[in-house]
Structures are given as C-alpha cells and as structure tokens.
Design a protein. Structure first.
Length: 174
C-alpha cells in the first residue's frame, strides 16, 4: 500500500529532473508543469498546484467548462502518464501528478467554495489517494492497469471516495 513511499521505490531509483519534466509537452503535462518534481511528497505538491489553480479560477470558469476541462485532462493525462512512465521507466513515477490534479478538481467541484471546505477536500483526497482503499488499490496494482489509464483511474477512485465522504459531511452539517 505505501510501497511507493519507501526508500527503495522505483521513483527513488529513477529520479526525475526538472529538465526531464520540461523536455516534452507530455512530460510537462504529466508533472503538471514541474510541480511533481518538488520534494518531498510530490503528490501533495501536485494536489496543491491543482487546488490553487482551481481556487484561482473558481469564479471565472463555469461548471460545464470545468467538466469539459476534467474530461479532457483525464484522457490527455492518461496519455501523458503512459509516455512519461515509459520514458523514465517507472509506470507510475512519483513525479507524475496530473492524476492528482484532475482528481482534486473533481472533489473541489462537489464542496462549497468556502476555504474550510476546500481544505477538507484537499485533506480528504490526499488521505484516500495515499491509503488507496479498493477499488483505487486495484487500479494501482493490477497488472492490466499498469499503464497511463490505471494511473488516472486510481486517483479517480480516490476522488470519488472523497466526494462520498464529503457529501455525507455536508448533509450532517447542514
């Protein structure tokens, strides 16, 4: 479950440089313009970058536009994850964070724009993304999902788990 965070993880054995992250458009997308290269906790940095972008644009981008952005990011992100993983020889390298970015946008869309709810969205998503309850663990570890689509799907599952928990919290706290 937490093998990705160990000192012997493939990401630590094949570190990604900022130069690599900016060496192609696919790598830039996969690392969300270098946010994934930040250490430690690159997934948290990627989530933070996505959260900040969403929060900055929340009043100027419509719900329909966000849905389109998320859908396009999902498929383009899967391709970027696939190419970047192949190029660095680690299928779900810790510097690949576009999966966290698109997933936090989903969670943010389902909670109020108040800062406390947005922070809860961030924390809840990070928890589910790190712990990887089923089905997220399945997409993260099953051999048939060791590709760009699997990288995106495990974060989609974590996002949906966050949405459910935060939806219940919103009902209880009404």
């Amino acid at each position: 479950m937490l093998d990705k965070y160990s000192s012997s993880s493939p990401s630590k054995l094949h570190p990604m440089s900022l130069a690599f992250a900016f060496s192609s458009g696919w790598h830039m997308l996969a690392t969300f313009f270098g946010a994934g290269v930040l250490r430690p906790a690159s997934g948290t940095w990627g989530t933070l970058a996505g959260w900040l972008l969403f929060y900055a644009l929340k009043d100027v981008v419509s719900l329909a536009a966000w849905c389109c952005i998320i859908l396009v990011t999902f498929f383009a992100g899967a391709k970027a994850c696939e190419i970047t993983g192949q190029d660095i020889q680690v299928h779900d390298h810790s510097s690949i964070v576009i999966d966290e970015v698109f997933a936090i946008w989903i969670v943010q869309l389902t909670v109020p724009h108040a800062l406390a709810w947005q922070m809860a969205a961030f924390a809840t998503f990070r928890f589910f993304d790190i712990v990887k309850f089923q089905p997220a663990r399945y997409f993260d570890t099953a051999p048939q999902w060791q590709n760009g689509m699997g990288v995106m799907l495990d974060d989609l599952a974590a996002a949906l788990q966050s949405v459910v928990l935060l939806g219940i919290a919103q009902l209880v706290l009404r």
